[in-house]
Design a binder for this molecule. Structure first.
Ligand code: GAR
Length: 206
């Protein structure tokens, strides 16, 4: 955000919402000058919704039933986001691939966190993919979302070691610790107007 208006975030979730919690905590601590306009979940009964409600944040359950296809679902999502005056869309464990209907509505204003060092191990079960491949290091990536699967310009990454005895669970736990640090940091950079996108590259200004 380059103007003086408070940035309005929508956080899109499908699960437990630990990243949502990290973002809420950073905002409440005054580290990020933003407000969460709404939390949108494509699933009901997920813990992320309880976390949001506990902090008085508006929640919207937006299930895919009743929509003919992903495009139609995304058009409806865009309507919700407009209704809440959202400037930045934050995918936090939102397990759906977005269509161009969403991407084009929020150019360079949709970000995602992925539990691997992209471009390695995109898609599902990134932590298990890393273990199976035998890499010594993995980590997490915050990136802008484009029409590919985990292919957009990279904002921040953090590295964690992969130990010989790591399981999907232990590696996930190490990675999540870093996610909870770099996702709020990336949002802060965006909100403070310190991010510029030039082609594939994200320039961070001081
Ligand atoms: C996070 O680890 C995030 O990296 C991953 O889902 C988890 C959500 O956890 N996202 C993806 O795999 C997207 N491809 P949370 O609900 O506790 O924030």
């Amino acid at each position: 955000m380059t103007d003086n208006l408070t940035c309005r975030l929508a956080v899109l979730v499908s699960g437990s919402g630990t990243n949502l919690q990290a973002i809420i905590d950073s905002i409440e601590a005054g580290d990020i000058d933003a407000t969460i306009a709404c939390v949108i979940s494509n699933k009901r009964d997920v813990f992320a919704l309880e976390r949001a409600a506990k902090h008085g944040i508006t929640v919207v359950v937006h299930e895919n039933s009743g929509f003919a296809n992903r495009q139609e679902y995304d058009l409806a999502t865009v309507e919700i986001l407009r209704q809440y005056g959202v400037n930045l869309v934050v995918l936090a464990g939102f397990m759906r691939i977005l269509t161009e209907n969403m991407i084009n509505a929020f150019p360079n204003a949709i970000i995602n966190i992925h539990p691997a060092l992209l471009p390695s191990f995109p898609g599902l079960h990134a932590q298990q993919q890393a273990i199976d491949y035998g890499v010594r290091y993995s980590g997490c990536t915050v990136h802008f979302v484009d029409c590919g699967t985990d292919t957009g310009p990279i904002i921040l990454q953090s590295v964690v070691p992969v130990d010989a005895n790591d399981t999907e669970e232990t590696l996930s736990a190490k990675i999540q610790k870093e996610e909870h640090r770099i996702y709020p940091a990336a949002i802060k950079l965006f909100v403070d107007g310190k991010i510029k996108v030039k082609g594939r590259k994200v320039l961070i200004t001081d």
